[in-house]
Design a protein around this ligand. Structure first.
Ligand code: HEM
Ligand SMILES: CC(C)=CCC/C(C)=C/CC/C(C)=C/COP(=O)(O)OP(=O)(O)O
Length: 301
């Protein structure tokens, strides 16, 4: 445990109200940025047009709901966050925000964002937003995370919803194309997360969280990562064949897919953690570039 970590009982009783910076940290802003970007991708590729103000409201709702889910996750996980080096400096374990304030903040933001999405856009998008939040909070955080090494495979669905939400905000429905975008992020999540779980294995072991590298070992995790990247590759190319990606997307997604598979092979062959660190960083760049090409093509037309 890090020296500066405050004991769990102090987290609840002695924390004063945090600064704006502490509340921003509670929203997991870096994760939020890519969640929002994937939501924007769904909005941009969807057939139809939204008034720019409504588009901005939809983006704001996705951002707020994602941040709120992060805050509720930090409230629930405050015991294990205090035990892991990577998370010990978060506002609740540091005693900067009282746990119950973080919970109230998350719940209020969730209600506001889902209601606003329903009133300003439509209730299909609002329902999907509520489903994503519910999946991340109840299915992943409160149920699976501490129980099974398949936690992020099933719970990962939470993070795959944003493109579908963006699409639904424009069209009011769900379609094959939006399900493919969902599937793309769903299959991207295991290599994204297990790369991190490999080089943070000791953290998870220490906190008693049954992540795959802790339970099944690094070799098995690396094998699983390669399988998911191999499934991801054709899936990531398929938007071209569905007519939502153009030639640039076809070439870009093929190159990115090959690079991701090559990295997964490197991870599988290596005995140190450097390739896994590279794979985690590249997973974020991969998804960002894939979505950027898709968005760029649609905005260029
Ligand atoms: C259940 C699914 C997922 C799990 C378990 C997971 C896990 C993680 C973890 C543990 C981190 C490190 C967080 C930190 O220390 O701040 C992280 C970082 C990140 N994740 Fe994920 N993630 C998931 C899904 C997603 C999704 C769907 C996205 C976006 C579409 C995403 C985007 C990011 C980004 C942008 C970072 C920040 C990297 C950085 O620190 O610079 N993740 N993820
Ligand atoms: C629109 C909407 C509501 C979307 C939800 C998207 C979302 C928040 C996806 C999950 C991303 C994530 C960082 C999971 C890790 O949780 P963790 O508890 O394993 O990570 P930690 O150890 O860093 O807390």
């Amino acid at each position: 445990m890090t020296d500066s970590v405050v004991a769990p009982e102090i987290m609840d009783s002695q924390a004063s109200s945090g600064t704006v910076r502490d509340y921003v940290a509670l929203l997991k802003p870096r994760v939020m940025s890519l969640v929002v970007f994937s939501g924007v991708a769904g909005m941009v590729v969807a057939p139809g047009h939204l008034h720019p103000v409504l588009a901005l409201v939809a983006v704001l709702c996705i951002a707020l709901a994602s941040g709120a889910a992060g805050a509720i996750n930090m409230w629930y996980d405050r015991d294990i966050d205090a035990m892991m080096d990577r998370t010990a400096r978060r506002p609740i374990p540091q005693g900067l925000i009282p746990a119950e304030e973080a919970l109230a903040f998350g719940v209020i933001l969730t209600i506001v964002s889902v209601t606003l999405m329903g009133l300003a856009l439509n209730w299909v998008a609002a329902g999907l937003l509520a489903l994503a939040s519910g999946f991340y909070i109840f299915i992943y955080t409160m149920w699976l995370k501490r129980r099974t090494p398949q936690n992020i495979v099933i719970g990962g669905a939470a993070g795959a919803f944003p493109p579908m939400i963006g699409w639904a905000a424009v069209t009011g429905d769900v379609s094959v194309a939006s399900i493919v975008l969902f599937a793309l992020i769903f299959f991207w999540t295991p290599p994204h997360f297990w790369a991190l779980a490999i080089f943070r294995k000791l953290d998870y072991q220490h906190a008693g969280v049954p992540m795959l590298p802790v339970v099944a070992g690094e070799a098995e995790t690396k094998k699983q990562m390669l399988i998911y990247t191999l499934i991801l590759m054709p899936l990531a190319i398929s938007p071209y064949f569905l007519g939502i990606g153009g030639l640039t997307y076809l070439v870009g997604s093929t190159i990115l897919g090959l690079a991701f598979v090559a990295l997964a092979v490197q991870v599988l062959r290596s005995s140190d953690h450097k390739p896994a660190k590279r794979m985690f960083a590249f997973s974020i760049l991969y998804l960002f570039l894939l979505l950027a090409i898709l968005i760029g093509e649609h905005l260029a037309v």
